[in-house]
Write a protein that binds this ligand. Structure first.
Ligand code: DON
Length: 305
């Protein structure tokens, strides 16, 4: 299997030169656009991997998966559904394109910035520091890696430049959808985006979603199948932003991307996969990462549709 993964990386490597690393967060602009890695975990099999799969990168929007999960675990499906909708937005992750007088929970989605920022308020904790620590600890648990930490430089860089997210958060405040101080909520969101992971960590998290909240490697149940189905369905419809429809056609399984260049892929009842390639396409999804997943999906018949 490692040979197949290496072959696919070699075949897709040229796509790394066709994308561009994110520059709107200055610290992200410093990464090497040529990196490419993959990690695959299946119950009852040895892990398979190739390329730069142990390179560390920040989760960025992949963490929206964890924010949604923890909001569901802490506050339940009804409260989550009351605050954020389930429909795909068909818009970029940081879109401002909401018409005046029309913004309601139904118009935002857990996988775009407005939805993820709003969902931070449904995570339990006395302070936003505590909410963030609970989010980090859940991520450590599912990744089976207690060492996960925050990249302080990326966190500071995003906090200094994140005025679009400030604008979105004040818009949510103006429409009565969030009530806590914007800077506190955003601090939790920016820290969450800056959690450092490898492909192995993301594949391990994906494995738990693939097995509906149960970790087949250690036999522990972390959350209910009902919540896993909620998250997996949300990833399938909107995990790749306005590239989600195309991704469903060419790759065909639930996935979440981040501007750090990672993609977490869930193949229900089978495996967890993650890829890393920081040069992005026009949707903010990893350019080569999507191509690698498409090739792998075709080769191993991973599509669920
Ligand atoms: O909110 C932001 O700008 C980032 N920290 C996360 C955005 C992101 O990863 C979008 N993904 N493709």
């Amino acid at each position: 299997m490692n040979l197949l993964l290496k072959q696919i990386l070699d075949d897709c490597r040229h796509y790394t030169a066709q994308g561009h690393v994110a520059t709107y967060i200055p610290q992200l602009a410093k990464v090497d656009p040529g990196k490419l890695g993959i990690y695959m975990i299946e119950a009852g099999a040895h892990d398979s991997f190739a390329g730069d799969c142990f390179e560390r990168f920040t989760m960025q929007s992949v963490v929206k998966t964890m924010i949604l999960l923890l909001a569901l675990m802490d506050s339940g499906i009804d409260k989550v559904r009351a605050l954020v909708g389930a429909e795909a937005t068909g818009k970029p992750f940081d879109t401002f394109n909401y018409s005046d007088q029309a913004l309601t929970g139904a118009h935002i989605n857990p996988m775009v910035n407005t939805g993820a920022i709003a969902l931070c308020t449904l995570i339990h904790g006395e302070t936003y520091e505590e909410k963030f620590m609970r989010l980090l600890n859940l991520t450590r648990l599912l990744a089976d890696n207690q060492e996960l930490t925050v990249d302080e430089d990326v966190y500071r860089s995003e906090k200094e430049t994140g005025n679009k997210n400030r604008a979105l958060a004040y818009m949510l405040t103006a429409y009565g959808m969030i009530h806590d101080p914007v800077e506190d909520i955003l601090d939790c969101y920016f820290r969450a985006c800056s959690i450092l992971v490898t492909c192995r960590d993301l594949a391990r998290i994906a494995l738990v979603f693939a097995h509906h909240g149960w970790d087949p490697k250690n036999g522990k149940r972390y959350f209910t199948p009902e919540l896993a189905r909620y998250v997996n369905a949300t990833l399938a419809t909107c995990g790749m932003y306005d590239g989600s429809g195309e991704f469903a056609l060419t790759v065909g399984f639930p996935a979440k991307s981040g501007v750090g260049g990672g993609i977490l892929g869930v193949i229900p009842k089978r495996m967890g996969i993650a890829v890393y390639a920081p040069a992005l396409d026009k949707h903010g999804n990893s350019m080569a990462g999507v191509k690698v997943l498409a090739a792998l999906s075709k080769e191993l018949d991973l599509g669920i549709f």
